[in-house]
Design a protein around this ligand. Structure first.
Ligand code: FAD
Length: 184
């Protein structure tokens, strides 16, 4: 893959590159990696246009966030998995929670399984995966921001999320992951 700097410039002056041809800065590991996704391609392409005349906007890096609908399940992932962490020589811990999406006094509710991976020493969140029959995938976009902003699993426990019984519980399942990690 072509290595570009944060302005999408190659090592050759005035030559820019973007998309699947490039390696990309991967925030969870703080190094370049090959993560061919349309999300990365459109951002890199736009940055090439922004930076052609003079370096203006830096690329923020990626978490490789992605989603999938398969049979009855909605699945999404951001950053690294626990298995991938060992490939990158990262020392991680993880917390897996199984929660109903809303209070059990509601007529219906559905199970959500969420796994959050964090660095053992710094407790920085480096990845997460979710699976449910309801669409809980937007929570992975929230966790993508957490990875990008280098937030810790402990901060996740007390982050402010709204509550209304139609949608969720007073402790959002993202909070629950942070809270349960405090005891892990
Ligand atoms: C089945 C599938 C599903 C995917 N689903 C998702 C998804 O849900 N979400 C997501 O984020 N990403 C997804 N991706 C990845 C995404 O499609 C790619 O990351 C994205 O298209 C890369 O864009 P690009 O412009 O860099 O490359 P491309 O889209 O591959 O475009 C390169 C273009 O260059 C042309 N080309 C090649 N050689 C030459 C040449 N010598 N001269 C002229 N033209 C040439 C090709 O014909 C092509 O049109 C999926 C990929 C596949 C294969």
């Amino acid at each position: 893959a072509i290595v570009v700097d944060e302005y999408m410039q190659t090592s050759k002056k005035d030559v820019f590159a973007a998309g699947d041809s490039c390696a990309i800065y991967y925030n969870p590991i703080k190094k370049h990696a090959y993560i061919p996704l349309a999300t990365n391609a459109v951002r890199m392409g736009t940055l090439v246009a922004q930076n052609l005349v003079k370096p203006t906007i830096k690329y923020m890096g990626t978490q490789g966030t992605s989603g999938l609908h398969i049979y009855d399940y909605n699945v999404a992932s951001t950053g690294i998995t626990e298995t991938a962490a060992s490939l990158f020589d990262m020392n991680v811990k993880s917390i897996t929670i199984s929660e109903n999406n809303r209070p059990e006094f509601m007529p219906t509710y559905e199970n959500i399984t969420l796994k959050v991976v964090y660095e053992e020493e710094t407790r920085r969140i480096v990845g997460a995966q979710v699976i449910s029959k309801i669409d809980a995938t937007q929570a992975i976009n929230t966790l993508s921001v957490c990875v990008q902003q280098e937030m810790t699993i402990d901060e996740l426990g007390f982050m402010d999320f709204f509550f209304q019984p139609h949608f969720n519980k007073p402790w959002h399942f993202l909070n629950q992951a942070g809270l349960q990690a405090l005891q892990a």
